[in-house]
Design a protein around this ligand. Structure first.
Ligand code: KIV
Ligand code: NA
Length: 265
């Protein structure tokens, strides 16, 4: 199989073909996601929520991200594997940002890193790029700044914030980012950014005009029953399927139906 590189991701935009992306955090899930044909797998710091049960993405550490990422990299044969730089591993200090990115590339075997923000993280992005590490940007709703925003509501609805997002996107492209995630912004702004930039945009809750789409795999599969934002489409109801399977197993154990003779040695 031909590996998806950042160049392949760019060619998809050039051809007008939409890019499919999903998160994964472990070996078994990443194998399925990769084999199903997704082009870009993000080891998101959403692992903090989805895998560890934290309320925000802030607590997850660089060591923990490397643990998740190395498992995903071992599973993936085709997709581009992008790994989030966690909160505190790149902001404000470009040397530390470079060190963090190098650890992710070296210890996990990732293909690229992603980090949140625009002008504020410009020096960090430049430094990482100068080491030959591909960088994906992330603008709009940036969950590592949740305590600044206060809510997970739609971002950049007003002109000044929209203009800052446009400027940040242009800057990230100019310094060499290969792609940008746009999270929870109005569809019209996504359209404007995606038409202005030559690099691909990957949207989540950002409408149909992004060059690609990304979702958290647990959300797409319906594993979390409670999380129901408007942007989310559930492609399966694994919560029900898993609950039924497990309660069936409990019943069979209690009733001595499992294991049967064929299942014994
Ligand atoms: O951590 C994550 O899952 C992400 C995506 C939602 C883009 O950053
Ligand atoms: Na993230």
């Amino acid at each position: 199989i031909k590996r998806v590189t950042t160049h392949v991701i760019q060619e998809l935009k050039n051809k007008g073909e939409k890019i499919s992306a999903l998160t994964a955090y472990d070996y078994s899930m990443a194998r399925v996601v990769d084999a199903a044909g997704v082009e870009l797998i993000l080891v998101g710091d959403s692992a903090s929520n989805v895998m560890a049960g934290h309320e925000t993405t802030l607590p997850i550490t660089l060591d923990q991200m490397i643990y998740h990422a190395s498992a995903v990299v071992r599973a993936v044969k085709r997709a581009l594997v992008v790994v989030d730089l966690p909160f505190g591993s790149y902001q404000g200090n470009s040397s530390e940002a470079l060190r963090s990115a190098i650890r992710i590339m070296k210890e996990a075997g990732a293909h690229a890193v992603k980090l949140e923000g625009g002008l504020e993280v410009r020096e960090s992005v430049l430094r990482i790029l100068s080491a030959g590490v591909p960088v994906m940007g992330h603008l709009g709703l940036t969950p590592q700044s949740i305590y600044k925003f206060g809510t997970y509501a739609v971002r950049a609805k007003e002109e000044t914030e929209a203009q800052k997002l446009l400027d940040d996107a242009q800057m990230l492209q100019d310094i060499g980012c290969f792609s940008i995630v746009l999270e929870k912004i109005p569809a019209a702004l996504t359209k404007q950014v995606s038409e202005t930039l030559t690099i691909p945009t990957i949207g989540i809750g950002a409408g149909p005009y992004a060059d690609g789409q990304i979702l958290v795999i647990h959300d797409l599969l319906g594993i979390n029953k409670e999380f129901k934002p408007r942007f989310l489409r559930r492609y399966a109801d694994l919560h029900t399927i898993m609950t039924n399977a497990i309660s069936h197993y409990v019943d069979d154990v209690k009733s001595r139906e499992f294991p049967n003779e064929q299942e014994a040695y």
